[in-house]
Ligand binder design. Structure first.
Ligand code: FE2
Ligand code: FE2
Length: 378
């Protein structure tokens, strides 16, 4: 990558990563940012090796002393579904169809561009397939990260009831990888590489040795992002198989967030104030990152890279209806959960206020918010 390109990628990131003013948080994101943005490790080769450093926690007492987690484990066992039997894979999906469109036109960030307006109907439909495939490809890559994070947290969490519940999340995430991959390859027949910014967040989770940071990053932040994005597409698509698939996935993800809130509420309450502040700042940085950085650059490179600058593209996407809806559905979940686990103190509130995110703080947090609410309530 040319040096100017490197700066174009890294400068906005450094700006975001210093917004909390916490040097330790900045340092912890620097390595992942270098590997993701500059070295582009998620794209440079078909496989990536990531060293992990957490401790596996064994407890020979086998105490079952977390009844809420035990109930969640029971609920998860009863709610397992089978992708081949429960989803209607015989549905014939035409990714270019206008009768059962993958997404409505007004949802695409490019519809006001003169280049799009003058495109042929087929080109327009191809772009709609492209943006849907970009979104679902990021879901797929995120699910791979969730599968590994769920494995690591299951090893590292100190409570047996947490480990038993975690074993069901591992199966859930494996199933999610399976269904998104099958839909992309068999139905859309198009798949994109991992977005550099998503790579940075996944790398940061994998390489952090503290299990609660993996937990905070995956169960609260990434799962919040995923629920926001899944809910948005589930609501907007008219393609029946995609709608059905997302409805099933959302039901599982609701349990994962519930687990995250239960476990972190207990664990964070026992940390020192300094340790709690670090988690609070980290969550703020990641919020900023998720709010500003998922801008479909891989789609831009393919369709609009020769027509406009990356800065023009970023502005177009940030101001689009798609991003507005995405931010709303995502932070509506994340902010009440952060508050519930004790990471929305008076110290950090003005920073969220400045981003316009405090309006969501009185929403319901995970334990009260059921899977049914998540499917129906936008
Ligand atoms: Fe998942
Ligand atoms: Fe999940």
């Amino acid at each position: 990558m040319a040096l100017t390109d490197t700066f174009a990628h890294v400068v906005p990131l450094v700006k975001d990563a210093t917004a909390s003013g916490n040097l330790k948080v900045f340092q912890s994101l620097l390595g992942p940012a270098w590997r993701g943005m500059v070295q582009q490790r998620g794209k440079a080769a078909p496989t990536t090796q990531m060293p992990v450093h957490h401790q596996a926690h064994f407890d020979w007492n086998y105490l079952r002393n977390r009844p809420q987690l035990a109930r969640l484990f029971d609920a998860a066992k009863a709610a397992q579904w089978h992708p081949q039997e429960d989803l209607d894979w015989k549905t014939s999906v035409d990714p270019l169809s206008d009768e059962a469109p993958l997404l409505p036109w007004d949802f695409l960030p490019v519809t006001q561009l003169s280049q799009f307006k003058s495109a042929t109907p087929r080109q327009k439909a191809e772009e709609r397939r492209g943006i849907t495939s970009w979104l679902l490809s990021q879901f797929l890559h995120g699910e791979q990260g969730a599968l590994f994070a769920a494995c690591q947290v299951t090893e590292a969490v100190p409570w047996l009831d947490g480990k038993l519940y975690g074993s069901t999340q591992v199966v859930d995430e494996g199933r999610h990888v399976e269904v998104f991959h099958a839909y992309l390859t068999q139905k859309l027949e198009k798949k994109y590489e991992i977005n550099d910014n998503l790579y940075v967040v996944i790398d940061a989770l994998m390489s952090d040795s503290r299990w609660d940071m993996k937990f905070l990053g995956m169960q609260i932040m990434i799962e919040g992002l995923a629920l926001g994005a899944f809910g948005m597409i589930q609501q907007k698509t008219r393609e029946p198989l995609l709608k059905q698939l997302l409805t099933y996935v959302i039901t599982d993800e609701a349990r994962h967030v519930h687990y995250g809130v239960l476990a972190l509420q207990e664990f964070l309450a026992e940390l020192s104030e300094k340790e709690r502040k670090e988690r609070e700042d980290w969550a703020f940085e990641v919020s900023l990152f998720l709010k500003n950085r998922f801008l479909a650059h891989e789609f831009y490179d393919e369709y609009y890279g020769h027509l406009m600058s990356r800065g023009q593209w970023d502005k177009l996407v940030l101001d689009s209806e798609m991003m507005r809806l995405f931010r709303r559905t995502m932070f509506k979940r994340v902010i009440p959960n952060l508050k519930r686990i004790g990471l929305l103190s008076d110290r950090i509130r003005p920073k969220y206020e400045a981003l316009g995110l405090l309006e969501y703080e009185h929403g319901r947090a995970a334990p009260e918010l059921t899977a049914e609410d998540l499917v129906n309530d936008r």
